[in-house]
Design a protein around this ligand. Structure first.
Ligand SMILES: Cc1ncc(COP(=O)(O)O)c(C=O)c1O
Length: 390
């Protein structure tokens, strides 16, 4: 009897995530299934915590990975730090900053919005002005806004938060493991990420880290933490020395996450940042030499997520459909205000490679030709290769 099981194609993943994974991470996914309280699994969790402290650049004891995707990390930070009536300064200049704002709203926090232009980071001067009119308990920010391809410079805002005694929740979903995150130097109180981007694992786990101050504030809440599942104090009883059952942690996913983190450790964080940067520079050189434009100015561009402007007259959906059908190549379309206006090209983790840059430029050039937009592919590839050789 013919099976009607759907085909699962092997794609080249170069969108906003997930990305392709290293063969060793693939192999780790076939590790034996273990019970969530099996000493061997608990040891894996401890190793994950240790490696995540390295990647977040923190000494925070409470550092591990919550079950669920990046949004579960976001919800863990928001739900534990905020309660009704808390004053929050929400910095929003893209789709994901707004998702944090929506979550804060559901906690009945009192929100002051700093809404910025899509394609630009939050201006520290606006943060300073708002903080002077505070006090605020928490500032929420996105380090790498995946909807726009913008990097949020953190040093100035971190010192402002410190000076005004505000806590920081930082989204590092598209930066952790690909761009430097300095949780302790920046004084972050809660930060989260996902497993499927620069970390290099499939989706399903969300790295989080909480400062001692954040934990103290969670303990002193007037209202109970609204989520049972994402209550950091309960999670700590499982991750920490008490080992109290909290949820049926997936040993296979955890084995894959640990393998991905070991790969990061072996490569070295600084080398990894440099690889992400070089491949990004090569992609930008190729794109610009082919007569296309980036959506973000150079000083704020993310090395991990490249937003390329869709040229006038070119059908965004057709191009992405062609790349997928013809070349098994996935790139992302625009979100929110950038819908139909940009392509989002991810160069993260294992997918951040010279061969992916060259493959993407070639496939895109063909797709554009079919749309009546001619590019000089040779010039583009030459520019990308020179950047790779630099
Ligand atoms: C910056 C940012 N924050 C949060 C999320 C949500 O993560 P997830 O889709 O893994 O739940 C994403 C997803 O791409 C993101 O890019």
């Amino acid at each position: 009897m013919a099976s009607n099981r759907p085909e699962v194609p092997l794609r080249k993943l170069m969108g906003p995530g997930p990305l392709n994974i290293h063969p060793r991470v693939f192999q780790a996914l076939t590790s034996p299934v273990l019970g969530h309280l099996d000493p061997a699994h608990l040891e894996v969790l401890d190793h994950i915590g240790e490696r995540l402290r390295m990647v977040f650049k923190t000494q925070n004891r409470i550092t591990n990975a919550t079950p669920g995707t990046g949004t579960s990390g976001m919800e863990t930070c928001v739900t534990n730090l905020l309660e009704p009536g808390d004053r929050v300064l929400a910095c929003v200049h893209g789709y994901f900053g707004d998702r944090i704002r929506q979550m804060a709203e559901r906690q009945e926090a009192e929100i002051t919005l700093i809404e910025g232009e899509w394609g630009k980071p939050t201006d520290p001067e606006r943060v300073e002005k708002a903080l002077k009119e505070g006090p605020y308990k928490v500032i929420t920010l996105v380090h790498a806004e995946t909807s726009t391809g913008v990097l949020q410079p953190m040093d100035e805002i971190a010192s402002l938060a410190k000076a005004h005694g505000a806590m920081i929740i930082l989204d590092t979903v598209t930066s952790l493991g690909g761009i430097e995150v300095k949780a302790d130097d920046w004084g972050l109180d809660a930060a989260y990420s996902c497993s499927q981007k620069c970390i290099g694992c499939p989706s399903g786990l969300a790295p989080v880290t909480f400062s001692d101050r954040a934990i103290e504030s969670a303990k002193k809440r007037k209202h109970p933490i609204r989520s049972w599942y994402l209550d950091i104090l309960l999670l700590d009883k499982y991750w920490g020395s008490e080992r109290v059952y909290h949820h049926t942690s997936s040993s296979t996913l955890c084995a894959a996450l640990l393998e991905a983190l070991l790969l990061i450790e072996e490569e070295g964080l600084e080398n990894r940042y440099a690889r992400h940067l070089k491949n990004h520079q090569a992609l930008v050189a190729g794109i610009e030499a082919m007569g296309l434009k980036m959506a973000v100015s150079p000083e704020y561009r993310l090395p991990t997520l490249n937003t390329v402007q869709v040229p006038k007259g070119v059908d965004d959906v057709k191009v992405r459909g062609y790349l997928l059908q013809k070349f098994n190549l996935e790139i992302g379309g625009g979100l929110g205000a950038f819908k139909g206006k940009v392509w989002r090209v991810g160069l993260m983790g294992y997918s951040s490679s010279a061969e992916n840059v060259l493959f993407f430029l070639s496939a895109l050039s063909r797709a554009l030709t079919l749309e009546g937009f001619n590019t000089d592919l040779k010039t583009g590839l030459d520019a990308a290769m020179s950047a790779l050789d630099a």
